[in-house]
Design a protein around this ligand. Structure first.
Ligand SMILES: Nc1ncnc2c1ncn2[C@@H]1O[C@H](COP(=O)(O)OP(=O)(O)OP(=O)(O)O)[C@@H](O)[C@H]1O
Length: 358
């Protein structure tokens, strides 16, 4: 296994000048040995580019890739000792499940007894023990992709296992099980795993650390909790959560804040620079105050949705929409009612130029 360090940038076109010319803007990043990481972001943000640079399928246009301190920038995936699992199954239809799982080990001339033990263990983890003697050709797309996952995980001597959206072809129910399974497998095998996805649930279930990417930039690397509680960039606030964080423009003045024309004195003792900032608060932390309560923002309820476990309010204030997930004990206001939103909570985050300041 390896500690992977990136200090690089990548542009597919020659002579890049503007930020838009880069698929990956200059970045420095370390994937610790034995960690489970997800690269998460919308289509085109640079996830696959980063994964291909780590695997050795792509040489970065600038900078270096190091495995355990050694420069591997120009080495192939084989030389780097990388295992990869792609979106679609890469298996041999004519072989049995066991032969498919054993293939990467046979290639490395692993002794037969060790192959049998390891294949048995991986099949058990993936709940495929009863299928070991079946031909792959007769299996469903889901089962074939499970074999691909197994082939990725079967070697214990790899630097890292890289997954590129591996659950795309999997049926939703099995997908849910496999995400958890992969997490358990990681805890047991302690391999370095890097997993590309655009699905936040998948990333947050599987990874210890999620790298959130947008437009060629890794804007935050953190645990599910950190991404939820303290988004380092407004993009992370928007992208993580369902729905995402609410944002409001504010002006910080000496002695308080102006929020959509309303002076709010209490910024909960946090030191803020003067000038134009943004306030961010998650729907889960936005609560309703009393009409006479100071430091609340008046807003009109425009939508009330019963979403099963809770009620989601959509409110409007000064042309901005805010979502508020009500706790079960809260009296639900009606559409058209004016409510008082406690936008300054201990969970409120403040941003300058889209970057978290406190
Ligand atoms: N071979 C290539 N040649 C030129 N541009 C490319 C190439 N591959 C990717 N790009 C561009 O680089 C940027 C990043 O693409 P990349 O595939 O890494 O993103 P992604 O986050 O993996 O997206 P997706 O989830 O859609 O695969 C995009 O603007 C894409 O159009």
């Amino acid at each position: 296994m390896a500690r992977i360090e990136l200090d690089l940038a990548h542009a597919y076109r020659a002579n890049p000048k503007a930020d838009e010319d880069y698929a990956l803007l200059p970045l420095q990043m370390t994937f610790e040995d034995g960690g489970a990481y997800a690269l998460l972001g919308p289509s085109g943000c640079g996830k696959t580019t980063m994964l291909n640079i780590i695997s050795g399928l792509l040489v970065p246009s600038q900078g270096t890739v190091r495995f355990n301190g050694k420069d591997v920038t120009r080495q192939s995936p084989q030389q780097r000792n990388i295992a990869q699992v792609f979106q679609f199954p890469v298996i041999y239809d004519t072989m049995t499940v066991a032969q498919n799982l054993a293939f990467p080990l046979r290639n490395r001339k692993v002794p037969a007894a060790d192959i049998q033990a390891r294949v048995g263990r991986i099949a058990e983890m993936l709940e495929m023990s009863h299928q070991l003697d079946m031909r792959a050709a007769g299996l469903s797309a889901d089962q074939k992709q499970k074999i691909s996952l197994g082939r990725g995980l079967v070697r214990s001597d790899v630097s890292a296992v890289l997954f590129d959206e591996p659950l795309t072809v999997i049926d939703p129910h099995l997908k849910w099980q496999l995400r958890r399974k992969l997490k358990q497998i990681h805890q047991e095998l302690k391999l370095t795993l890097i997993y590309v996805t655009h699905d936040q649930v998948e990333a947050l279930t599987f990874a210890e650390e999620v790298v959130v990417m947008t437009r060629g930039r890794a804007v935050q690397i953190g645990s599910a909790e950190a991404l939820f509680e303290r988004p380092a960039h407004t993009f992370v606030g928007h992208f993580i959560g369902s729905p995402g964080m609410n944002f409001l423009p504010i002006t910080s003045v000496r002695g308080g804040l102006m929020v959509l024309g309303h002076p709010l004195a209490n910024n909960r003792g946090r030191a803020l620079p003067e000038g134009s900032l943004k306030l961010g608060i998650r729907p889960e932390y936005l609560t309703l105050g009393q009409a006479a309560e100071p430091d609340t923002l008046p807003a009109t309820v425009v939508r009330v949705q019963d979403i099963g476990t809770s009620v989601m309010l959509t409110c409007e204030a000064g042309g901005h929409r805010l979502k508020c997930r009500l706790t079960p004990e809260t009296t639900v206001p009606a559409v058209g009612e004016v409510v008082s939103l406690r936008v300054l909570d201990r969970h409120t985050c403040f941003y300058h130029d889209e970057v978290l300041i406190t």
